[in-house]
Design a binder for this molecule. Structure first.
Ligand SMILES: [Zn+2]
Length: 268
């Protein structure tokens, strides 16, 4: 269940956290980049904070390109830079965010203020390869589509995992096996799941693997530009299914057609 230990915090929880950080910002040290500011408390975390900033700037470009967000390079500069808050310990992180024990990090986008924040804690071995790109991807997607529009959870989690190194490849292998065993979610069911309420770890694992596998299929099969157009149609207010029908005309007209082509692709 390693790859599931990432939580999207979005919205309400953020207000107290932001208040906390701003009220105590003088106690925090920081590294500032073009699009990110890494805040850390303990001098022991200085070199980790520096590495995080370097990686975040790298992911900023690569994630945008992958999902076809081409007008991207001028976002998140100066006052709009994303704050990455690195608590010195997991205990402090959990205490200040109220997140469940298994959480490793989160992202939140405070729409009216434009403030975007990633919160996590120091000393995680897979932070740079998993947590950081996952949370940056959530923020890139919400920037692209907009907070006013409902992004389906599977779609958001699928895109978020695309940024994680090796995740899509692993999910493809898992899904090939699960399809052979006929143990996967029909895509219309996948689209209805609110995974934040799911307690069964196997279902959660399947949800995440399937989500990234489908998103990865769309990009590998039809390209990043078409995927970018799909996101833009969703940002215009179309549902995922309507946007898909519009962008992939004649090829994908419904969830069931997407499911059929995705399975064909995995079995090729
Ligand atoms: Zn996520």
């Amino acid at each position: 269940m390693k790859f599931l230990r990432v939580l999207l915090l979005f919205c309400l929880l953020g207000f107290c956290l932001i208040g906390f950080v701003f009220s105590q910002e003088s106690n925090w040290q920081n590294f500032k980049g073009k699009h990110f500011i890494v805040l850390y408390q303990s001098s022991a975390d200085k070199s980790e904070a520096k590495k995080i900033l370097r990686s975040a700037e790298k992911y900023y470009g690569s994630i945008g390109r992958k999902i076809g967000y081409t007008r991207y390079s001028n976002f998140w500069t100066w006052d709009d830079r994303v704050k990455i808050i690195l608590f010195p310990t997991k205990e402090l992180f959990l205490d200040q965010t109220g997140q469940p024990e298994w959480s490793r990090g989160g992202a939140l986008d405070i729409g009216f203020s434009g403030q975007k924040v990633i919160v996590s804690y120091a000393g995680q071995s897979q932070f740079l390869r998993e947590v950081l790109p996952h949370e940056i991807s959530h923020l890139v997607l919400s920037d692209f589509i907009g907070l006013d529009h409902k992004i389906p959870i599977w779609f958001s989690e699928g895109v978020a995992q695309l940024g994680e190194e090796g995740k899509a490849k692993k999910a493809e292998l898992v899904m090939r096996m699960m399809i052979r065993l006929d143990r996967y979610y029909p895509l219309r069911s996948l689209a209805r799941i609110d995974i934040r309420k799911e307690k069964n770890e196997e279902y959660v694992e399947l949800f995440y693997a399937e989500s990234v596998s489908v998103v990865d299929f769309l990009i590998k099969k039809f390209g990043s530009d078409a995927f970018g157009r799909l996101c833009r149609k969703m940002s215009d207010g179309l549902s995922f299914e309507a946007a898909m029908k519009f962008v992939y005309q004649g090829m994908l007209s419904s969830y069931s057609e997407l499911e059929k082509k995705w399975i064909q692709y995995l079995n090729h």
